[in-house]
Design a protein around this ligand. Structure first.
Ligand SMILES: NC(=O)c1ccc[n+]([C@@H]2O[C@H](COP(=O)([O-])OP(=O)(O)OC[C@H]3O[C@@H](n4cnc5c(N)ncnc54)[C@H](O)[C@@H]3O)[C@@H](O)[C@H]2O)c1
Length: 409
């Protein structure tokens, strides 16, 4: 790849910064610019790209439409709030229509979750089809080196000699999101289930899928789930949120801070497989709790993402400002703390961006597309419905296409 693929970001927040940092390890790519809600956040993200030398000409754009219309942008990474997915895709469509026919958009990647509901997610996928550019669904866990290596070894030795794995477990928990909008049901669309179980469901599904087999080789048959509010509706913690994020009244107007789901799958030979996933915004530990397991007849895989091999210890006499400079979702500045030598690579962002930029540059279909993001959303909506109705739900139920969890927006 001699000519770099030039990426434009929509949104200039937390995840855009992670992506930009990861690009230091990706060849054949450059940041062209950023369009965000505020000019300041677009300027800040573009400045980071220039500082890290992954976007020498990176600049702020005034609107998503302007970004999408600029022939100096080859592909777009959609990384703004959950409520803006459909409007962002419409703006991309309007902008892309103004491009010279000789330089069409070469790809659009969309962050998880694909939208707030299955209906919106389907609209996002339809708009992508209308635009005509290849799509990518951004799920970094599928490129986390620990999971990639663990899956490869386990299938090559364990599954080849004793049979396929039958149970995958995935959990992702932390102490609660960093931005106000995650705590506003009408903007976020859901809580710990929508925000984090999208990772766990997709990672568990992928671990159970035979390497090289299509994603559709596993069919989800039924979903049973529970959601709860364990911490943040308590008066003390609701008051804490209201102070941090004025206008948030989580005691009255909330989604969920805990979720668990069991999905029954069928493989292409008719065998039954299970995934067990859990997500929460009420875990207090050194940082994220991020665990995976894959079990088969004569073997197992265990991955603890906090086990980075590097720990530091600070005595009670070491004081300093609260931050996230040690590890993502850090909860303390003293005691024994894990640190990651390279967080963007550890969580899979470097591998993810390598995969999607190469696929777009070569005109190939990436491993995960907007269609796959829709399929994840189908399972998440089935989980919400199951929790609300206290019964198992078939993710193929067409009623899910108009389902709105908790009817909070
Ligand atoms: N893959 C992951 O692990 C991961 C991690 C964090 C966030 N995310 C996803 O990324 C998205 C952004 O989350 P975040 O943590 O960066 O949030 P954030 O609050 O840090 O940043 C959101 C950004 O979106 C911008 N924005 C809001 N409305 C916009 C609009 N209409 N047009 C353009 N920009 C707009 C804001 O100005 C801000 O810069 C969410 O959908 C979230 O689920 C994914």
């Amino acid at each position: 790849m001699n000519v770099p693929l030039r990426i434009g970001f929509v949104g200039g927040g937390f995840i855009t910064r992670f992506h930009i940092q990861s690009l230091v390890e990706v060849r054949g790519v450059e940041v062209a610019g950023v369009a965000s809600l505020t000019r300041a956040s677009a300027e800040a993200a573009a400045a980071l790209a220039r500082e890290l030398e992954v976007g020498p000409k990176a600049r702020a754009y005034d609107s998503v439409e302007e970004l999408a219309a600029d022939p100096a942008v080859d592909a777009i990474w959609v990384c703004a709030r959950n409520d803006t997915r459909v409007s962002t895709m419409r703006s991309i469509a309007t902008g892309a229509a103004k491009r010279p026919p000789s330089s069409p958009l070469r790809g659009i990647c969309i962050e998880k979750p694909l939208a707030r509901t299955l209906g919106e997610a389907m609209e996002v996928a339809d708009l992508a089809k209308e635009i005509g550019a290849p799509t990518g669904y951004l799920e970094d866990m599928l490129w986390a080196p620990a999971l990639v290596r663990g899956k490869e070894v386990l299938w090559r030795r364990g599954a080849a000699s004793s049979g396929r794995p039958y149970l995958a477990r995935a959990a992702e928990e932390h102490a609660g999101p960093h931005s106000k909008w995650f705590w506003q049901p009408e903007i976020a669309g859901g809580g710990a289930l929508l925000d984090m179980m999208c990772h766990s469901i997709e990672a568990a599904r992928w671990l159970l899928t035979e390497p090289g087999a299509p994603r559709a080789s596993l069919t989800p048959l039924e979903v049973s789930a529970t959601v709860a509010n364990l911490k943040w509706t308590q008066p003390k913690y609701a008051a804490d949120l209201a102070q941090r994020f004025p206008g948030v009244d989580w005691a009255k107007h909330h989604t969920e801070d805990f979720a668990r789901a069991t999905v029954v799958w069928r493989d292409e030979t008719g065998r039954t497989l299970l995934t067990e996933t859990s997500s929460s915004w009420c875990y207090v530990g050194a940082g994220l709790r991020h665990n995976f397991a894959l079990l088969g007849p004569e073997y197992s895989l265990d991955v603890d993402m906090a086990d980075t091999g590097v720990r530091v210890f600070f005595s009670r006499n070491v004081t300093g400002a609260a931050g996230e400079d040690l590890v993502e979702k850090q909860n303390a500045e003293q005691g024994l703390m894990p640190i990651s030598p390279n967080e963007p690579a550890h969580y899979g962002y470097s591998g993810e961006n390598r995969h999607f930029t190469r696929a777009f540059a070569r005109g190939e279909t990436p491993e995960l597309t907007a269609h796959d993001g829709v399929e994840v959303m189908r399972i998440l909506m089935a989980a919400y419905k199951s929790a609300a109705e206290h019964r198992s739900v078939d993710p193929a139920d067409p009623a899910l296409e108009s389902y709105r969890p908790g009817s909070s927006f």
